[in-house]
Write a protein that binds this ligand. Structure first.
Ligand code: PLP
Length: 370
């Protein structure tokens, strides 16, 4: 038995209880609980302003946002989508569930994002899109990837689930590519309990995105799309309105904690940190450490943490082209993405959330360094 208080890898941020109660009070007057209510409209506007982007559509979660934007392009069935295997299952599932075929591109060992130099060799006449992920909030090589998408006239959709509030050279990542999706899941830097959004460049997509999350119903009652149900409800939107008021403060606190980790763990052989580049404004969502070449293995570090009741996470330990459900599927083979395979064996995300105590950070670092 372990008597130490656990140190969690993350804790969901919560607004003050009274602030949330005040935010939902109106709902007891209006009895309008979902279907593009007043909180939904407000949050959509607030996010648009926060991300400095023109077109935003809220969803019940990030995964539905991703499936909806992929569907909105009406790609021919069995078309190919170039993507990364070093991501959460959701990215690959969304492609497959939309009837398309993921083609896995290896990642860069520096930032764990899709390696732009390996994309072009995977393009075929069936390629319709690239879906990269800004993994851990590290920004992809957006310029190089856009050049490739433009050259081959294919769509570029970013899974920005990790990158809420992240900027590259002063531009919010919501504004790169044809579209970006966000997750507002409870474990993400900004959350609505469950939720998500699509930010998209072409304003003509608004009608389909907004209606397809409500069974394809148009305002005049006709059913124009074969939609599902993926609407964000008012209680989740209200949580988002509250959390967004405090997001800058929350990221500032995360930064202080992350910088303490960087200070303690820098310049140690075999410890590779993701320190944000100077042209990137980070959201400090995760603290990934790659232990490739460290004196003990990632798994040994993990076990030492367990013994101290520290809940570090092997995120991601399985590439999506190695998931059980894709065994023998369409020729998925993680040996074809060797960099991603090696990173998945060596990486650990350390505890990081805005109210994490510095003493806890020191305990985590001591446990690693001992
Ligand atoms: C969280 C996450 C998603 C899915 O978002 P949900 O809001 O949980 O549906 C998709 N992609 C990545 C990379 C994620 O981390």
């Amino acid at each position: 038995m372990n008597e130490k208080e656990p140190i969690y890898v993350t804790l969901s941020s919560m607004p003050d209880f009274n602030e949330y109660c005040n935010e939902i009070r109106d709902l007891w007057t209006t009895h309008w609980l979902t279907n593009n209510g007043i909180k939904h409209k407000q949050l959509e506007k607030d996010i648009q302003a926060f991300l400095h982007t023109d077109n935003v559509s809220l969803f019940v979660n990030g995964h539905s946002a991703l499936e909806s934007i992929i569907s909105a392009y009406h790609f021919p069935k069995d078309s190919e989508v170039i993507t990364t295997p070093f991501t959460f299952a959701s990215t690959t599932h969304a492609i497959v569930r939309c009837g398309l075929r993921p083609v896995f591109c290896d990642i860069s060992p520096e930032d764990y994002n899709i390696d732009p130099e390996k994309i072009e060799q995977l393009i075929t006449p069936k390629t319709v899109a690239i879906i990269p992920v800004h993994v851990y909030g590290n920004v992809c090589d957006v310029e190089r990837i856009q050049q490739i998408a433009t050259k081959y006239r294919i769509k570029l959709i970013y899974d920005a689930a990790h990158a809420f509030g992240v900027k590259y050279k002063g531009t919010d990542v919501a504004n790169f590519g044809d579209a970006s999706i966000y997750s507002f899941h409870a474990t993400k830097v900004f959350h609505t309990i469950e939720g998500g959004a699509v930010c998209f460049r072409d304003p003509n997509l608004a009608k389909e995105l907004n209606e397809s999350k409500n069974f394809g119903l148009s305002p005049n009652g006709s059913v124009d799309y074969i939609g599902g149900n993926a609407k964000m409800n008012e209680f989740c939107a209200a949580m988002g309105i509250c959390n967004l008021r405090h997001i800058n403060d929350s990221i500032r606190k995360r930064k202080i904690i992350a910088e303490h980790y960087f200070e303690r763990l820098s310049n140690i052989e075999g410890i590779h940190l993701s320190i944000p580049r100077s042209d990137i404004t980070s959201n400090y969502i995760y603290l990934p450490v790659n232990f490739d070449g460290y004196k003990i293995s990632r798994n040994e570090v993990f076990e030492r943490m367990e013994a101290q009741n520290i809940k570090a996470k092997k995120y991601f330990s399985a590439l999506t082209n190695d998931l059980n459900c894709y065994k023998d599927w369409m020729g998925f083979n993680s040996d074809l993405t060797p960099v991603a395979k090696s990173v998945a064996q060596n990486i650990l995300t350390l505890p990081l959330y805005s109210d994490l105590e510095i003493d806890a950070v020191d305990l985590v670092c001591d446990t690693i360094l001992q």
